[in-house]
Design a protein around this ligand. Sequence first.
Ligand code: DGY
Length: 323
Amino acid sequence: MTKPSVLVTRRWPAAVEAQLAESYNAVLNTGDKPMSPSEIRDALKRYDAVLPTVTDTLNAEALDVTGAQTKILANYGVGYSHICEPAARDLGMTVTNTPDVLSECTADIAMTLLLMVARRAGEGERELRSGNWTGWRPTHLVGTKVSGKTLGIVGYGRIGQEMARRAHHGFGMDILVYNRSKVAKDVLARCNATQVEEIDDLLPQCDFVSLHCPGGVANRHLINSRRLSLMKPDAFLINTARGEVIDEWALIQALMFDMIGGAALDVFDGEPRISPDLLQCDNLVMLPHLGSATREAREAMGFRVLDNLSDFFAGRAPRDRVI
Ligand code: DGY
């Protein structure tokens, strides 16, 4: 029996690529160059499965194909807002993602960012590396204490819950939650968390706000200038979700005019392009989308894609089917 043909759009961990090459007629992107929408469209006509990731644009235009051969988009990553849902549905494509296996590592990065921005670690490192450190003094780079403060979590899925676990059990933080649907009592109880009805109820009460909701049209600019103005003037905003969730222009104003204490971002609207104004904000920590960037998580994500593919081609429902 001929093996299904599979296109992988980026370089993946070697162990996963080896398994893909063994199980499928796999074409790997050894140059790791992002594919253009027209190359993706072309691939959809030629491969049984396309394995995209967050850097690929699978918008309505890229999915506007007649006679697509691809039956499954097995996404490498938990977020899939780069895939146009109605267009994928119209083509009758199955779409899968890779939840669970990256939750702890992404929450680790969110906690890293929270600590960095509160304790001014980015500023300190920049000062030291530029040779400007003049030594210890009582007033030098004084930050904000984290332990015992209130953390608001927007989106209480797996990553949000892992963030709450670290913050509550590690740092004694009080947890407030905003989530579209009602969170089960026992899930909230694990971190003594309280769910509020509206995001507007959460923002004024928090010393830190961490975003863990999906991206996409529904949450585009969920954090806008009005909502930023609801935050305490010394509160910090952390984003490891998707860049588009924050109106970056509004955030830049809030940071430049000290309307909030600071922000820490792992994701950006239109990344890897970074607004030059963000680079001017000292009270901002930025990382280059490192949430799931551990060997363990990245391998597990790849093997999760393989599980989804083998279920699909064996005629079973893939466990991580999202469309
Ligand atoms: C995801 O999985 O959606 C991340 O953003 C990349 O790990």
